[in-house]
Design a binder for this molecule. Structure first.
Ligand SMILES: Cc1ncc(C[n+]2csc(CCOP(=O)(O)OP(=O)(O)O)c2C)c(N)n1
Ligand SMILES: [Mg+2]
Length: 928
């Protein structure tokens, strides 16, 4: 069935009901048909109406002039009211270039340009109209869009934009004026009452109000269920209290030094600028839209991929887009993603390039994002012309053919109109679009900062700028829509409201904002170590194992994969004595699916697996079609497996997966770094979200991070997942035993069964913690590193410490403690040398550090005098610096180090040196 869909022409109804159009499957990325979470994007088989074409043929020069405006008009536009130097000469807009005289009579304009104005008589009139459309307070860049359909649609609608001003109703204008004044009043209030607070005020960028108001209303009329939003600091507090229904007392309370959470939680909490929103909004006509604005860290733009992942997770829960069987349902039907950016941060942070590249890829597509850049022409002290090489802050958006609208933020009605256009574009094409709102920043970066020190000329201009809300309110008075008294009343009422919130701040008790909805019933992890029975009946596991290599009869499988993967797995299942890591992973994933949980694995090449071990996604050798065998499982509660081969990104992709993990605790989300060391490209996400999201914001995550690790001669990179960095980031205690309540769990398992239990435990527990697995590479194929079926059975569980069952405790004088693959080198050495007096204990869980389990093992060796931490990593790497104080403080014994010496890079690039070192680290612990 999956083959027949390739290149099929489908009929598809446009959302505006205008016509039935043919769509063609054009994006044959890997697979022409759907698999879980992916459906090929449909591209319109669209043609310019023939009478438009003939109009263009007959008026080639005129059309060339219009196209010049579409391409170059933005260079002449005056969207930036504080531009220090302009005006650019734009020779492409000279009518003479096209052989046109200003006095030439105009033909009928239909098909040539989007606006039609009966009053236009000659070329001079047309140029004036084109100037007004493209070169004044709003302009656009879109002529680079490859799709003719999108380009034509955008041109037509943009060219009609100014006429739309008339469509804004009196009520809408009054509402807009009111909210602008309220937004502004927050800054004024803060200036008066709390002048020493840094608030990153919204003075100068108040038209953000128009964007949000229009967006919420349109979302309501389009029956959108949820908006997922990421927003940085600028004007955020204003937005929280005037647009997003947050009590000002919540913010003021913080300034009194009080916490935002009750004492029922253990948390360090955060500053007000990082607060979130999760509210239902009444948007008229009995409609509600839910808005989720994520907590954001100070690291600008880091929240963006997190919002994207959260959007996709909500889409999955609501069966949006390809998660729905209805082929016509495109991503973004139920849930849309909105991102706000600062101008400096948007162009400066590479994160954005990664997010854009993710936007339309299979298993990451969310139906396009609407972006608003609050372009106040400056980042802290650095003005735009020194803050980037490109003309606009938004230029990177062109890489994915996203249209960009530049608008003067001093005109809130224009911002309103372009928001509508952006929204319509996103609805129609389910693609990203950008609004570059040119505005200014009245004060310093924060209010305690003097901006004239670094940008005197810009601030001379800003001093003379009128307030946007005041100007708009005056316009309302001038147009007779509002009276001066009404405006004064709005301002006074708002001031009084903020004031009463400030006066009564002591009475305000924070509302509970965690463990709600799908998180109901979850708790913070306890301060002791818990054990969860994660075993599964062998008959079910062997069924899952068989399904994990199932493919349809007509599927043409690669012969090598059939032999070395499918048949080999079937054989291992039949024996049951030596289950390998990849099979254990399939057991873990499949058993959770059977219990109704969705599982997603994401990362570079995860479908096959970097080490060609996983094959969670099989590819038909004749058609390129993909199957995810585990999704063919019958019975059970119907969980699905999403296998997301990602773009070559760590930062955005890890952020995306974290975003998915904080949304729905019932889904297991796994991110695999191609090699362990590549996580460092995502360090910002690990520091500011994964390690700290719970303690800052009470947002728990059960994300699994798989980091292949091990010294096998692969030189400086690819050997180490730098576990020392993760260990240093944990809040594991040095002097007393840890509980499950550490901020991250870090394990370095030695057997497939341990891996299986660890994966299952992530979902079975009633709390969620990020889990970092220092994972296998060569162990994937090591015959000793396998598990018998008994280790998966009901009643079994993840063991923090694995005992030595082969030695006679009475004979033991020396105890080696180790983790991971190095264990097998030590065992091999002991066997080869027939050593009887040394026990080898495996610390499988590094964090939480399992003090009691270690004690339990050590107690067996009454005659042991020497305790050694043995690792293959260098001394300033690996777990040594973590183990050392913990072991000595909590286990009451001295511990010696044995491993590689200190080094500046994880591994040598010389194989003979590697060999020598390997021999040393395996043999030295037995003789030192
Ligand atoms: C990644 C990162 N680098 C530096 C900073 C420090 N910083 C905070 S705001 C800011 C300027 C941001 O400028 P822009 O993005 O234009 O936003 P604006 O403040 O102008 O609204 C800087 C440099 C930061 N928060 N994050
Ligand atoms: Mg800025």
């Amino acid at each position: 069935m999956y083959r027949n869909l390739t290149k099929q022409i489908r009929h598809f109804r446009l959302t505006d009901n205008s016509s039935w159009l043919n769509f063609q499957v054009a994006s044959l990325y890997h697979s022409g048909s759907a698999y879980y979470g992916y459906r090929p994007k449909l591209v319109q088989d669209w043609k310019i109406p023939s009478h438009h074409l003939s109009a263009r043929q007959s008026n080639r020069n005129l059309r060339a002039l219009i196209e010049a405006y579409q391409s170059h008009g933005h260079r002449k536009a005056s969207v930036n009211s504080i531009e220090l130097s302009k005006v650019e000469n734009v020779p492409e807009l000279d009518a003479l270039r096209y052989g046109l005289e200003l006095s030439h009579k105009l033909p009928f304009l239909e098909g040539l340009v989007g606006f039609s104005d009966a009053r236009l008589e000659n070329i001079g009139d047309l140029i004036a109209k084109l100037d007004e459309t493209y070169c004044q307070k709003v302009s656009a860049e879109f002529s680079f869009i490859e799709s003719e359909c999108e380009r034509e649609w955008f041109a037509e609608n943009f060219e009609k934009l100014l006429d739309e001003k008339l469509s804004i109703t009196k009520e809408e204008k009054i509402k807009l004026a009111t909210e602008l004044l309220q937004f502004q009043e927050f800054d004024r209030f803060m200036n008066i009452k709390l002048p020493s607070i840094k608030r990153y005020g919204g003075e100068g960028s108040e038209s953000t109000v128009a964007f949000f108001r229009k967006l919420l209303n349109l979302s309501g009329s389009e029956e959108i269920d949820t908006i997922v939003l990421g927003m940085p600091h600028r004007g955020k507090l204003n937005a929280l209290v005037t647009l997003f229904q947050q009590r000002p007392a919540k913010i003021f309370r913080k300034y009194r030094g009080l916490p935002e959470f009750g004492n029922d939680v253990v948390a360090m909490m955060d500053i007000t600028n990082h607060y979130n929103v999760s509210e239902d909004f009444d948007v008229g006509d009995n409609k509600k839209v839910h808005l989720t604005m994520l907590h954001n860290p100070s690291h600008l733009e880091a929240v963006n991929p997190v919002t994207m992942g959260k959007t996709r997770s909500k889409q999955q829960s609501l069966r949006d887009g390809a998660f729905n069987d209805d082929n016509a349902k495109e991503f973004g039907s139920e849930v849309i993603n909105i991102q706000l950016h600062g101008d400096a941060a948007f162009s400066g942070q590479g994160m954005n390039q990664e997010c854009l590249m993710l936007a339309y890829t299979p298993n990451f597509d969310i139906g396009g994002t609407i972006h608003l850049v609050i372009n106040n022409q400056i980042g802290f002290t650095t003005p735009g012309d020194r803050g980037r090489s490109s003309r606009y802050s938004t230029d990177v958006a062109k890489s994915i053919n996203a249209p960009i609208i530049h608008v003067d933020g001093n005109d809130p009605e224009l911002v309103w109109l372009v928001t509508k256009l952006a929204f319509q574009y996103q609805r129609k094409f389910r693609k990203d679009i950008f609004i570059d709102m040119n505005c200014f920043r009245r004060l310093g970066h924060n209010e305690l900062d003097d901006p004239t020190v670094t940008n005197p000329l810009m601030y001379k201009m800003i001093r003379d700028m009128k307030s946007v809300p005041d100007t708009y309110a005056q316009k309302m008075i001038d147009e007779g829509f509002m009276a001066k008294q009404e405006i004064d009343d709005i301002v006074k009422k708002q001031f009084d409201y903020y004031n009463s919130e400030l006066q009564n701040v002591e009475q305000y008790q924070p509302e509970k904002s965690y463990f709600m909805k799908q998180w109901e019933g979850f708790v913070q992890a306890p301060n002791n170590l818990t054990v969860w029975d994660t075993g599964v009946d062998w008959s079910l596991l062997s069924y899952i194992g068989r399904q994990s290599v199932y493919y349809p009869k007509e599927f043409s499988i690669h012969p090598h994969i059939k032999k070395t993967f499918v048949n080999s797995r079937l054989k291992k299942l039949a024996d049951g004595n030596a289950i390998d890591w990849a099979t254990a992973e399939a057991f873990g994933v499949g058993s959770l699916m059977y219990q109704g949980h969705n599982v997603r694995i994401s990362g570079e090449d995860v479908g096959r697996g970097t080490f060609a071990q996983r094959h969670a996604m099989l590819v038909d050798q004749e058609t390129n079609e993909v199957v995810v065998p585990l999704n063919s499982m019958k019975g059970g509660l119907g969980g699905k497996y999403e296998v997301a081969n990602s773009i070559l990104s760590e930062e955005a992709v890890l952020g995306y997966e974290y975003g998915m993990s904080i949304d729905n605790p019932d889904n297991l989300i796994i991110w695999e770094s191609q090699f362990g060391d590549f996580f460092n490209g995502a360090q910002i996400l690990i520091d500011t979200f994964i390690a700290s999201g719970e303690t800052k914001w009470m947002r728990c995550s059960g994300l699994v991070i798989l980091l292949p690790h091990g010294y096998d001669g692969a030189a400086s990179e690819h050997s180490s997942s730098r576990m020392e960095r993760f260990l240093q980031m944990t809040d594991s205690k040095e002097t007393v035993p840890d509980g499950d309540d550490v901020n991250m769990h870090i394990i370095f398992p030695t057997t497939p069964a341990q891996y299986f239990h660890a994966l299952r435990r992530q979902i079975i527990r009633n709390f969620r913690k990020p889990l970092v697995i220092i994972g296998p590479k060569t162990m994937l194929r090591m015959s000793e590193a396998t598990s018998p079926y008994q280790d998966f059975q009901p009643g079994t569980n993840f063991k923090n410490v694995l005992p030595d069952t082969t030695v006679d405790p009475k004979n033991v004088k020396r105890v080696l403690l180790c983790s991971g693959k190095h264990y097998y080198s030590l065992v091999n050495e002991r066997k080869t040398k027939n050593i009887q007096d040394t026990a080898i204990i495996r610390i499988e869980s590094l964090c939480p550090f399992p003090v009691y389990d270690i004690h339990h093992e050590l107690d067996k060796y009454k005659n042991a005098k020497t305790f050694i931490w043995s690792q293959e990593e260098h001394r300033n790497m690996g777990a040594w610096n973590f183990i050392h104080p913990r072991f000595e403080n909590t286990c009451g014994r001295r511990i010696k180090y044995c491993g590689r010496n200190e080094a500046g890079t994880p591994a040598t690039g010389v194989s003979s040196i590697h060999q020598k070192e390997s021999t040393y680290v395996a043999s030295q612990p037995f003789i030192m």
